[in-house]
Design a protein around this ligand. Sequence first.
Ligand code: ZN
Ligand code: ZN
Ligand code: ZN
Length: 279
Amino acid sequence: MVIGWAGMRGVVTLAAAFILPPQTPQRVVLVLAAFVVVAGTLVLQGTTLPMLVRRMGLPGPDPAQDALQEAALLHDMVRVALVRLDEITTDNDPPEVVQGLRNRLQGRTDAAWEQLGRQSALNETPSDAYRRLRLDLLQVEREHCLKARDTGAADDVVLRRVLERLDVEESMLDRDEEEPAQDDRELRAPASLAEACKHLAHGWRDIPASSEDTCAACIEEGLTWVHLRMCLKCGNVACCDSSVGKHADKHFRDTRHPVMRSYEPGESWRWCFVDKQLG
Ligand SMILES: [Zn+2]
Ligand SMILES: [Zn+2]
Ligand SMILES: [Zn+2]
């Protein structure tokens, strides 16, 4: 019903009217009629759509939920890409290039996970810091480029190409800046996801957390952390993969306890380390 209401069927009508042969009698009138009908329905339906959705009590889009699924999907994509990277690299490929590729892939997933739990992060996340520093540098680079234009030190074609590069990079930074709107709903993964994994489907009992709001391993090593995770098997609270210590992952590797949950306020999504799956 909502899709029917929102559908852009008008485009077809208008297009049909425009391709009428020029010698069609009354062509102008037909095109005008089509335009009026299309514009009328667009305005009427467009302006009443939000009311209709509210009236029907449909849930709105949930940016936090989308961010969670986006992070899980990116995580998976990067995992596949890293496997592929191992397959295609040879001894002839410069190791620093391969490492650079690895870092970029990892940075992209980390940034996606860092989008979550933002409201509670006391410190700037690593991807926030990257964005802040990079934006400053982009500004300086752009100013230098414009100076080169003013002094005629570079061709127009070259300048345009270089400025375009800066724009592309900046637009990617902006994209990261969209923060999921926070509301009172607790962030969890869709129930359907958990069914495919026996670790997630296991009936985990509520157990006390080893700490209220710290990563004990980080404190011991004098590190700071970004977000916290809790092991569902033993309650161990440790830091996420964006943190230097990556202690939640280390806890899994040491103990093979398979599932953790986010220990950020308002989040209860879980992650199976074994199957690398959200649920
Ligand atoms: Zn699993
Ligand atoms: Zn830690
Ligand atoms: Zn554990």
